[in-house]
Design a binder for this molecule. Structure first.
Ligand SMILES: [Zn+2]
Ligand SMILES: [Zn+2]
Length: 370
């Protein structure tokens, strides 16, 4: 009876991972590419593959441990195992000697990041909000944790490429030596196949979901800001962690306020008499109504600053200011009475004086119109 453990050079209590490693190491050493295909090495290579066919499969290994080779032959799962008609049977036909296949990597890979865009009103950016975004993405299968494997099983070494993931062919001709490498179709280059796929995800390791993500958008967020929500991107591969979700904020244009960093800018208007005499007006801010005192003699284009009435700064107590630019309305059409009073006003100006009450009357007259 053949001792498969001795052939692979592992102890009887070696775990599957150790067996796989031992197999790979030996398969590389006795690979026809390396040995040049002498008979003895070829026989050894067959033997190594034969041993791995059994020990690499937890179920077959178990039967072999209990019953030896008979146990294998008697199995209903047996696919006519007699030396080399196993799935490894045609492995020799695939190698043409020379050129050593590089060991491929099947390291876990992190999932890719995703980007979602949300549009906010300036008021929402001012106060901050919890915004829900729906993100279609893949998630690691909750059943198998992303491995795609049925519980208790591992990947099998791909029998087509013997775990190399690719085939290297070298042809020698009168013109020189040509080497070409092709990826193994069966395993897609991973060197492993899944013969016990997870029933939940059918071996894909992921499932499609529409993730509802609550995004805490901080007060003071600016146009183009990105908020990172870690772990809510695409699922990782081969057990790798998921990527992150980035939520990019776009802020809609506001009818009254223009934003420059932390500061807000707006226009306020008074009529010409109010500008001349001074007044107090109500102005809306993002934080309710404020009163602005327009001093007498204010000019068009004068800028008033309301400290701390601009945008808040993200995660800070600092606040920007609100800048108000004065616009002075001049009546387009005047009544006969208004015209008369304005002329009276003009004459007074020419004489360098001012009759008591004239400006008040003027103000009332202009207001009626406006
Ligand atoms: Zn699964
Ligand atoms: Zn393969």
């Amino acid at each position: 009876m053949k001792d498969y453990y001795a052939i692979l050079g592992v102890s009887r209590d070696a775990d599957q991972e150790q067996i796989k490693k031992a197999y790979r190491r030996l398969a590389r050493r006795y690979h026809p590419d390396v040995t040049g295909g002498d008979r003895e090495s070829e026989a050894r290579f067959k033997e190594i593959n034969e041993a791995y066919e059994i020990l690499g499969d937890p179920e077959k290994r178990h039967r072999y441990d209990l019953f030896g080779e008979e146990g294998l032959a008697a199995s209903p799962f047996d696919r006519g195992f007699d030396g080399f008609t196993s799935p490894f049977g045609d492995i020799f036909n695939l190698f043409f000697g020379g050129g050593q296949g590089r060991a491929r990597t099947s390291a876990p890979r992190r999932g890719s990041d995703l980007l979602a865009v949300v549009e906010l009103e300036l008021e929402e950016a001012y106060s901050g909000k919890i915004h829900v975004v729906e993100v279609p993405r893949h998630e690691s299968c909750p059943q198998c944790g992303g491995s795609g494997l049925e519980k208790g099983y591992g990947h099998d070494l791909c029998p087509d490429c013997g775990g190399e993931g690719r085939f290297t062919r070298t042809r020698r001709s009168a013109f020189g030596t040509f080497t070409s490498t092709t990826t193994c179709r069966r395993c897609g280059g991973s060197g492993e196949i899944n013969t016990h796929p997870c029933g939940f995800c059918e071996g894909r390791g992921v499932r499609e979901i529409v993730d509802r993500v609550e995004v805490d958008i901080p007060a003071g967020v600016d146009d183009g800001d990105r908020i990172r929500i870690s772990g809510r991107g695409e699922a990782g591969q081969l057990g790798g962690p998921p990527g992150d979700l980035f939520v990019e904020v776009r802020i809609k244009e506001h009818g009254a306020f223009a934003r420059h960093g932390r500061d807000l800018h707006a226009m306020v208007s008074v009529d010409m008499v109010e500008a001349a005499l001074g007044t107090e007006i109500a102005i809306p801010t993002l934080d309710g109504e404020e009163r602005l005192r327009v001093p007498p003699g204010s000019q068009p284009g004068d800028v008033f600053r309301l400290r701390g009435k601009g945008m808040p700064e993200v995660r800070s107590r600092a606040r920007g200011d609100l800048y108000l630019t004065l616009e002075v309305r001049i009546p387009e059409r005047l009544t006969a009475e208004q015209k008369r009073l304005l002329r009276e006003f003009q004459q007074l100006q020419d004489r360098g004086g001012e009759a008591p009450g004239i400006v008040e009357r003027l103000r009332k007259a202009v207001k009626q119109k406006a």
